[in-house]
Design a protein around this ligand. Structure first.
Ligand code: MTE
Length: 334
């Protein structure tokens, strides 16, 4: 599937905007009775900037999101720096190199946006861009994030637990799984136009969870990172984060959440079923056919020569989810 590649450099929002201006505007808008990041983004998205090489380059601009810190999920491990979280990415719709998403996703249109809640539910509905920030309280949660390629990060996500959304939709008793779909927009996603650029994936990218996994309090719908709205390369404006599973389950730029009776197809399982299962729980005891999963390279502020190989923990250290899989053979259901 993946080969590790070197980290690319793109402009961050700090190069093109003064965060204090946004913070002050946000306070003012809050006093005036407006909440949510949507009101700010309308004017701040897709600003133009001059790149370090003097080339004019579009750069997406993120905005602060009002949130509270969820004290249950404030782990003490050192955070992966924002500059790495936002430049070392997998988002094949924008290319297969780690630096491609930050390079190619900057002009993705994220507002307006719609997330459709469909399928076996009492109440189907559609979330607008502003709903993503206003429908539920936004929490900061610091999670470990373990990619199947054996690298990992520690990331301060902003978002709300998926179970809150599921409760609103009122699934019918026959709903056993939740299927997720990424935006399909080849005009803005070069990987969807060319199988060569997009790694041979049949788009749109799709993922799924069993209902009890989707309802678990750890399962997060993320709308931000490092205190601000998600940059496109990280899955703006809304992506899933399931911290006890390999990163490919954490589908980006979600446009549909569909409740189903049957286990839904998932992108990497379709592409290479022997290598990537539906469950994809982080498991040091079950190797990938081409490499061991016993340890991982933690991405920190150090350079490539930093010693940062650590043991991988079952369920990525989130042992509270183990009971979801009682009686299941996790070698078979990898
Ligand atoms: N979602 C979509 N739509 N397309 C992708 O290529 N890559 C997955 C996941 N979600 C991917 C995706 C993989 S393999 C990983 S490891 C994570 O996103 C990476 O998330 P990050 O770039 O925010 O670290």
């Amino acid at each position: 599937m993946f080969k590790e590649q070197s980290i690319g450099k793109v402009l961050t929002e700090n190069d093109v905007t003064d965060e204090n201006i946004f913070l002050n505007r946000r306070k003012m808008l809050k006093r005036m009775g407006f909440v949510g990041a949507g009101s700010l983004l309308a004017t701040s998205q897709n600003a133009n900037a001059i790149s370090l090489f003097g080339k004019k380059k579009e750069s997406f601009v993120t905005a602060p999101v009002a949130h509270t810190k969820n004290t249950e999920y404030q782990i003490t491990e050192t955070l992966t720096p924002e500059s790495k979280v936002t430049t070392y990415n997998n988002f094949y719709e924008f290319g297969t190199s780690k630096s491609d998403p930050a390079e190619n996703a900057q002009s993705l249109t994220v507002n307006p946006w719609e997330v459709k809640i469909t399928g076996a539910v009492e109440k189907s509905f559609t979330l607008s861009y502003d709903d993503l920030y206003n429908m539920f309280d936004i929490e900061e949660r610091i999670y470990r994030f373990r990619c199947v390629e054996a690298w990992s990060m520690v990331i301060p996500w902003l978002g709300f637990p998926l179970y809150k959304l599921i409760k609103k939709a009122k699934p019918l008793s026959k709903a056993k799984y939740v299927a997720f779909k990424t935006l399909y927009r080849p005009s803005e996603m070069p990987g969807q136009k060319s199988r060569f650029v997009g790694g041979g994936i049949d788009y749109p990218y799709v993922e799924g969870l069993r209902m009890d996994e989707a309802m678990h309090p750890l399962t997060l719908m993320s709308v931000g990172v490092y205190g601000k709205t998600l940059p496109p390369q990280n899955g703006a404006p809304i992506r899933l984060v399931v911290p006890w599973k390999y990163g490919f389950k954490s589908i980006k730029s979600v446009v549909e959440i569909n409740f189903t009776e049957k286990e839904p197809p998932t992108t990497w399982n379709i592409l290479a079923p022997q290598e990537y299962g539906f469950y994809a729980n982080v498991n040091p005891a079950v190797s990938h056919p081409r490499w061991s999963q016993a340890s991982e390279r933690r991405i920190t502020s150090g350079g490539l020569l930093t010693r940062n190989r650590i043991d991988t923990l079952p369920f990525n250290g989130y042992s509270e989810v183990a009971s979801l899989y009682d009686g299941m053979n996790l070698r078979k259901y990898y």
